[in-house]
Every structure is written in structure tokens, then in C-alpha cells.
Design a protein around this ligand. Structure first.
Ligand code: CA
Length: 698
């Protein structure tokens, strides 16, 4: 009697507890849910589902009615700068990461802000020298939790309902010359993250998987081998070490995995896109040659243990910054009449070739160039290796190389439609002359935070009449079906739908919808500010929406005019720092929101400051120092919107204010880290260089 009373009370208590703790949703968002291609409501992973295709079966908005698409709601984001991320939509809530890794949750039907979480990146980096960028490409969702990583190297989990922090781990020491701009990948009860910084100092890339529930480390995989004298972590590292020569560990080797993680539930594998060499020049890194595994590869790891399964290297012994960190898209391709579909990986890395790889075996199925490739004529199908053009490794002379370090395709998202059978690539067409003439090959040693390439990238004749294009690529026949040349770039990622639509936001501020089959332009909306992010689509209460983060950003946007020539407009489109409103904009067929127009493009005017006497030798020295600044303030001190244009700023005119910002980090809250070690002489040289450039461009 007593027992059954206790049991009943306990049962009642449990009922009450479960009722109280019950989340508004009863849906389980496990791997099966994230892999489900057929649902139309949610956008659950970086590339929508585990397949990373960025294809939605929604067809309410389609080729017949897309011309009627209007702004349904918008959210102004006045404090943000570069917005490059792909939002997620889970059960009616839209989540996204903004500048300085601030996470926001909004009602996906109205745009009303539900909660905001600030990981306080400025506080974390205060007083430390930092490298990299303050923007971030995305977040991950798994079983009620959101995962995101910070510029300064932390990974954290939030409760998706409340935005409350559940755990936070530091993935690398704050003092290391590394950064994170990527989206973590949640899968199989784990969450995985890598890092960037191959050009910021000697670095040995790795990825770590943490338990999604606790943040406890589950496994770690290094991408390149360390010093053999220290022993190898596993058999894969021992194998990889046979493809390196000299004392590569002194240079780190590189291979940083800053983007391109795909989970394959069918094979319980996680595919890692790996980075380029540190430094770029193999003569320095591995002087006796060698493929240098696992640089510029797709490496398949066991999703439970992180053990090596297979790899395919796109650029053996890379020498041009041809990393393979780009999208890894899963698709089943019908190749041949009586064969069963090939379980394929579609991959269009920087080196300009489009790869179809059998993901069961890691073997190459086919590869053809999607842009001009002067470094290799073709990929040998028997060996799976590129057939290089003699001289491409700048062995004895300058080499004309296209694609250049920007890549024939970079991280700007590629999509794949199972209905048209086409992949949609935001492609780039840039060339650089690579030369190491005059380099002290034997004496070269990168310093943390000073960084370098080990080779000089020099201006070159550009390969096309246009810097970018949108390419519809047939992966079965390995050929371009149509291509739209674009006057500026880089342009944003792509989204494709069962409505036979293809969406893309461009650098020039235009958001477009195309007929996914023919490439005909169907809709063109002026956002008044360049876009670099990728659009998403979702359905809510039976209505289809399309959402887009509008905020010109990314590494190329920061470097700006590096590869702009008279022929190419480059990145200087007038998206001046702080002039245009950053926004999250959502469209529907019956939208009726009135969105205020953006100010026109604005090009900063350099300050004349005639009282400043320029010392030519100091200015020349300052040009070298400026190498540490151009990632955000622009090549040749011409900024393109990611940070203030220093020619037009009063701060570098005055010694004390300049030191307060550059050395002491006075503007760290805005994303300008301090550099405590910088000397008065270095600061002075920078001042003279900035004034020199200001006067030159008045
Ligand atoms: Ca790189």
C-alpha cells in the first residue's frame, strides 16, 4: 500500500517535472533528422542537411512567381560589420552568428529578436596580439543545442531555447597565432572544430571533436606529422611523414582545417577539407620534395574514434596556397547506364579542378577544370594526380599562375540540385605571378603573428575579362552547362530549390534569382550593400521564406584591392566602413515590409594633412610593416569596408592616439586588436607609409 502510494507520488512528480522541463518542441533533432533531405521547414546544418547540398525541396516560390518576391521582414544590425554566415532555422526560430561571434535567435516569421548571446570576444583578446578576422561563417545545431566558435579559439554550446551557455572550452591557447572563422560541425553526439592561421606563423593543423553534451574532448586528429623524434600520434601520421623531407616541423607544415567539414551517416565518416602548406613554398617547407600529406586533401575519419579511413589529395606538394577547405557535398550520381549510383563527394577547391570522388573508397572518379588552370594541364585518372605544367613551381623563374591564392572557388558556398543535377559554383578568375627570387630559402623562418608565404605573390595579367562568374556545373559529364560572368567579386554562396530556382547575393549589392536549369535571370533586388553570405529558405505555417544576411565581408573583402587592376573593379565598390546598415532580410511572396534604402556607395577621401612631412625611407619601411594590417585595412592601404580606410582617418596622424589603438588596443571592442610588442619605430614607419599612400591617392 505504502509502496504503491510512493510509486504513484513519484510518477506524479515525474509527470510534473517533465511537464515543466518539456520544451515547446517534441521533435528530436538527431542525425537522422539533420540528414533528412525531404523536410521543407528547417535549415538544420551549415549546408541545410548533413549532405551539405543547400538544396531545398520547397517549391512554393518558383520560376513562375519569384518575380513577386518582396521583403517580408528585416532586422537591422547596426553594430555588425562583415556578415558572412549561413543562418539555421529550427522549428520556427532562426539562429545566426554575426560580427565578433554574437549569436542571435529571432522569430523566423516576424524577425523579432528572442535572445542574444555575446561571447565577449573583445575581452578575450584584450592585451594579446591577435590574427585573423572578426567574422564567422556559421553555427551548428544538435539535439536542442547550438554550437559556435570564437575568433580567439573558444568553442561553446548554448541551449537553443534560452540562449543560456551550457559549456565553453578553449580549443587553443590565447597566445597562439591561430583563429577560428568557421562553423563547428555537430554530428554523432560530437562537435568538431579546426582553426585557421597557416599564413600567420609556423603552424601544424588539427581538428578536435568534443562531446556535444559536456564539451569534453573525444578525439583529436593532426593533419600533418610533427617531429618524428617526438613519436607519431598514430599510423596515419607515420605514413604521412614519409611524404615530407627536411625539418618540416620547424615550419609547422600547415594544413589548417578552417572550413569544409561534412558528416556522412551512411559510412559513419567525417570528411575534413585540409589546408595549404606552411609556408606556401615547398622548397622551404620540404626541401627534398614530397607530397606532404595530408595538405590540400579530403581526409575521411571514423566518426566515433577519429581514426584515419582514407584520403584524397587534390594538390600534392602544394606551392600556391591551394587548400582544399571548400565545401564537401554528398550526392549519389548515376554514372553510366547499368551501374548503380556512385556515392560521391563533389568538391571544387581553390586549385580550379572539379572533383568527383567515390566516398566509399576515396578513389577519384573524375576531375576537370572549371576555370583556367595554368599550373596543371589535367588530372590523370589512373593515378589520381595532377599533371603539372613545367615551371609552375617557380623552380627557376617567376610562374604565371591561375587560379591564384583567392582560389578558382573559395569558401563561398557551392550548392547542388538533385533535380537539375547541377552544382552551382561562385567561381573566381584571378592570376598571380609567383616568385621566390631573392628569397633566403634556407634561412627562411616564419615568426608567430608576423607570418608570411615564403614566396612573393606579384601582380599579373588577369585571365578573363571578368573577376568572377556563376558556373552551373554538370558533375556527371564534368562540364560547364552555363556560366554568368560577373563584374565584381567575390560573390556570395548559392542556394537552389525544387522551384527550379537558384539564389545568389553579389558583391555589387544585387540579390538575384535565376532559372536553375537555364541561368535566365528571373528576379533582381537591390540590397544597397554587397553580400558575401549564402541565402537560406524555410517554411513556416505553410509559407515559404528566403533569408539573407547582408554585410559585405570575408578575407577577400578585407584585403580589397590586392588583385584589382584597371580591368577588374576588384572589391572597391564603395561599401565604406560604417556607412551602410548591416541587415538580416527575409522575403516571401506576400511580403509588405518597408525597408529604408541604403546610402549610395561611398569612397573615403584621404586626409591631406600638409603639415606632415613624409620621410621616404620610413614610408618604405612602413609598407613592409603594413603587411600585418592589410588583411582588414586593405592592400596598398585602400580599404574596402571591412575596417576603416586609414588614409582617411585622423588617428594615424597623431603619435599618441595611433599608439593607443595599435599598441594598446584602445579600439579592441570594434575588432582592432592591440599589438603590445610593436615598437615606436615601427609605429612611426606605419604613420609615414599611411600618409604617403594618402597623398599618392588624393
Ligand atoms: Ca591559406
Amino acid at each position: 500500500m505504502k509502496n504503491s502510494f510512493l510509486k504513484a507520488s513519484l510518477y506524479l512528480c515525474l509527470l510534473v517535472i517533465s511537464a515543466c522541463e518539456k520544451a515547446p518542441t517534441t521533435i528530436s533533432y538527431d542525425d537522422a533528422a539533420i540528414a533528412n533531405e525531404s523536410q521543407t521547414n528547417d535549415w538544420l546544418a551549415y549546408g541545410r542537411t548533413h549532405n551539405e547540398r543547400r538544396f531545398s525541396p520547397s517549391d512554393q516560390i518558383n520560376e513562375g512567381n519569384v518575380a513577386k518576391l518582396k521583403v517580408d521582414w528585416f532586422l537591422d544590425l547596426p553594430k555588425d560589420v562583415g556578415l558572412v554566415s549561413t543562418p539555421l532555422v529550427v522549428d520556427g526560430t532562426l539562429y545566426f552568428t554575426g560580427t565578433m561571434n554574437v549569436i542571435r535567435a529571432v522569430n523566423a516569421a516576424t524577425g523579432k529578436l528572442l535572445w542574444e548571446y555575446d561571447p565577449k570576444v573583445a575581452e578575450a583578446i584584450r592585451g594579446t596580439q591577435r590574427t585573423g578576422w572578426k567574422h564567422n561563417r556559421g553555427i551548428s545545431f544538435y539535439e536542442g543545442k547550438l554550437f559556435a566558435a570564437t575568433w580567439d579559439g573558444r568553442l561553446f554550446a548554448l541551449d537553443a531555447q534560452s540562449g543560456k551557455e551550457l559549456w565553453m572550452v578553449r580549443t587553443f591557447d590565447i597566445d597562439r597565432a591561430l583563429y577560428i572563422t568557421g562553423a563547428p560541425k555537430a554530428f554523432n553526439g560530437l562537435v568538431l572544430i579546426g582553426n585557421g592561421g597557416t599564413e600567420s606563423g609556423p603552424t601544424r593543423g588539427w581538428v578536435t571533436a568534443y562531446h556535444a553534451d559536456t564539451g569534453e574532448e573525444a578525439w583529436k586528429f593532426y593533419i600533418v606529422p610533427g617531429n618524428p623524434a617526438d613519436g607519431f600520434e598514430n599510423a596515419a601520421m607515420e605514413m604521412a611523414a614519409k611524404t615530407w623531407t627536411g625539418e618540416w616541423w620547424r615550419h609547422g607544415g600547415g594544413g589548417n582545417a578552417w572550413h569544409g567539414f561534412t558528416y556522412d551517416p551512411e559510412f559513419n565518416a567525417i570528411y575534413i577539407g585540409t589546408g595549404n602548406g606552411s609556408p606556401w613554398n615547398r622548397k622551404i617547407r620540404s626541401p627534398g620534395g614530397g607530397d606532404n600529406l595530408f595538405l590540400c586533401s579530403i581526409v575521411a575519419l571514423d566518426a566515433d574514434t577519429g581514426e584515419y579511413l582514407w584520403h584524397y589529395q587534390t594538390t600534392p606538394g602544394e606551392s600556391w596556397d591551394y587548400n582544399s577547405n571548400m565545401d564537401i557535398v554528398l550526392a549519389d550520381l548515376a554514372l553510366g547506364d547499368d551501374e548503380k549510383p556512385v556515392k560521391a563527394i563533389l568538391h571544387a577547391p581553390k586549385n580550379g579542378f572539379f572533383y568527383v570522388i567515390d566516398r566509399e573508397t576515396g578513389k577519384l572518379v573524375s576531375a576537370e577544370p572549371f576555370v583556367e588552370t595554368t599550373w596543371a594541364t589535367h588530372i590523370d585518372i589512373e593515378t589520381g594526380r595532377p599533371v603539372e605544367v613545367p615551371g609552375a613551381r617557380y623552380e627557376t623563374d617567376t610562374a604565371y599562375i591561375t587560379p591564384n591564392a583567392y582560389g578558382g572557388h573559395s569558401w563561398h558556398a557551392m550548392s547542388y540540385s538533385s533535380e537539375t543535377g547541377l552544382a552551382y559554383i561562385p567561381a573566381q578568375h584571378y592570376a598571380t605571378n609567383y616568385s621566390d627570387l631573392g628569397f633566403d630559402i634556407e634561412g627562411f623562418q616564419m615568426e608567430p603573428f608576423v607570418g608570411g608565404f615564403g614566396v612573393n605573390p606579384l601582380p599579373a595579367e588577369q585571365p578573363e575579362e571578368y573577376p568572377s562568374s556563376l558556373i552551373a556545373w554538370d558533375p556527371v559529364n564534368q562540364e560547364s552547362v552555363w556560366e554568368i560572368p560577373q563584374k565584381s567579386g567575390p560573390n556570395g554562396g548559392t542556394l537552389t530549390t525544387a522551384g527550379n530556382l537558384l539564389f545568389q547575393g553579389r558583391a555589387d549589392g544585387r540579390f538575384l534569382a535565376y532559372d536553375a536549369t537555364t541561368g535566365d535571370e528571373l528576379w533582381n533586388f537591390d540590397m544597397g550593400l554587397g553580400m558575401t553570405a549564402a541565402p537560406i529558405t524555410f517554411e513556416l505555417n505553410g509559407k515559404q521564406y528566403v533569408s539573407m544576411l547582408v554585410g559585405w565581408g570575408g578575407g577577400s573583402a578585407g584585403i580589397g584591392s590586392l588583385f584589382s587592376t584597371e580591368k577588374y573593379s576588384g572589391s572597391n565598390l564603395g561599401w565604406d566602413y560604417g556607412k551602410h546598415m548591416r541587415r538580416l532580410v527575409t522575403f516571401s511572396l506576400d511580403g509588405s515590409a518597408e525597408m529604408p534604402a541604403q546610402p549610395p556607395p561611398h569612397f573615403p577621401e584621404p586626409l591631406e594633412a600638409p603639415e606632415f612631412e613624409i620621410d621616404a625611407a620610413l614610408a618604405q619601411q612602413g609598407a613592409l610593416e603594413f603587411g600585418a594590417c592589410l588583411g582588414c585595412h586593405g592592400f596598398n592601404a585602400v580599404a574596402s569596408g571591412m575596417a576603416p580606410d586609414l588614409r582617411a582617418s585622423a588617428i594615424p596622424l597623431e603619435k599618441d592616439s595611433f599608439a593607443a589603438v595599435v599598441r594598446d588596443g584602445a579600439l579592441v571592442a570594434g575588432g582592432m586588436p592591440g599589438t603590445p610588442g610593436i615598437s615606436d619605430a615601427q609605429l612611426e614607419a606605419l604613420q609615414h607609409y599611411i600618409r604617403h599612400r594618402a597623398r599618392e591617392t588624393l
